[in-house]
Design a protein around this ligand. Structure first.
Ligand SMILES: NC(=O)c1ccc[n+]([C@@H]2O[C@H](COP(=O)([O-])OP(=O)(O)OC[C@H]3O[C@@H](n4cnc5c(N)ncnc54)[C@H](OP(=O)(O)O)[C@@H]3O)[C@@H](O)[C@H]2O)c1
Length: 214
């Protein structure tokens, strides 16, 4: 099994790499700084093309679109949320997901039953809208919507797409008071990815297997 995971140098991405490596899978972990051996800034289209060229002819069974940023944690509605922050957040959290899928589509099509896992967030749910963090919420809602529509289009190619909330995880992003460890999130997510199939494609689930409202 060949797994490609973006944003694999720390946090949930790193824990997922460790989970799959422990299973004996071949793991291609990518990172912005190249420290994982595969350099990929997900906001850079040329970097996606370069990764695709390096993996040319190699099947990818599972693509985990994990890299993400949460830049507007403490913004003020009156004067904050600058356009540049919107642009950067969407470039990473939305366009970055799309470019990753697009670049590795030939590799996914080579696999027997390929899967794509998009790490969104419960903050992307329209039914859970407590206010604030408008940029992050909108970007994760867009990632969820992208995943739902990709699921429709890729079904005919035999590729299943799932969208996931990884839990509130103790990472740099989640903070030290978050609810679960990176390892618990990674183990839970991997179990969800195992069960993802063409029959469940388009699912939006939490790390521990609960159906999340859109
Ligand atoms: N932690 C939570 O509670 C929580 C909750 C819901 C959803 N999520 C989502 O889960 C995913 C993982 O989050 P995390 O908690 O592990 O966050 P994290 O600890 O902040 O790690 C984020 C990862 O994304 C990478 N990244 C950011 N921008 C990138 C870019 N332009 N190109 C490539 N990699 C980039 C980071 O790389 P650098 O080291 O180069 O910055 C890092 O590897 C994210 O999509 C996040 O939105 C997290």
């Amino acid at each position: 099994m060949h797994v490609v995971i973006t944003g694999a140098n720390r946090g949930v991405g790193l824990a997922l790499c460790e989970t799959y490596a422990a299973r004996g899978a071949r793991v291609t972990g990518t990172s912005r700084d190249g420290s994982t051996g595969h350099r990929l800034d997900v906001a850079d289209p040329a970097a996606h093309r370069a990764l695709a060229a390096r993996l040319d002819g190699q099947a990818v069974d599972l693509l985990v679109c994990n890299a993400g940023v949460f830049l507007d944690k403490a913004q003020d509605l009156a004067g904050g949320y600058p356009p540049e922050m919107w642009a950067e957040s969407f470039a990473v959290n939305v366009t970055g997901v799309f470019l990753g899928v697009q670049a590795l589509l030939p590799n996914l099509r080579m696999a027997e039953s390929a899967r794509i896992a998009i790490i969104s967030s419960q903050m992307g749910s329209d039914t859970r809208a407590p206010g604030g963090s408008y940029i992050y919420r909108a970007s994760k809602a867009a990632a969820l919507n992208l995943g739902r529509n990709l699921a429709a289009d890729l079904k005919a190619m035999g590729i299943a797409v799932g969208i996931y909330h990884p839990g509130w995880v103790r990472t740099d992003m989640g903070g030290s008071s978050a609810e679960i460890t990176m390892d618990a999130a990674a183990r839970g997510l991997a179990a969800r990815f195992d069960a993802l199939s063409l029959g469940t494609t388009g699912e939006f689930l939490t790390w521990d297997g609960r159906v999340h409202p859109y």
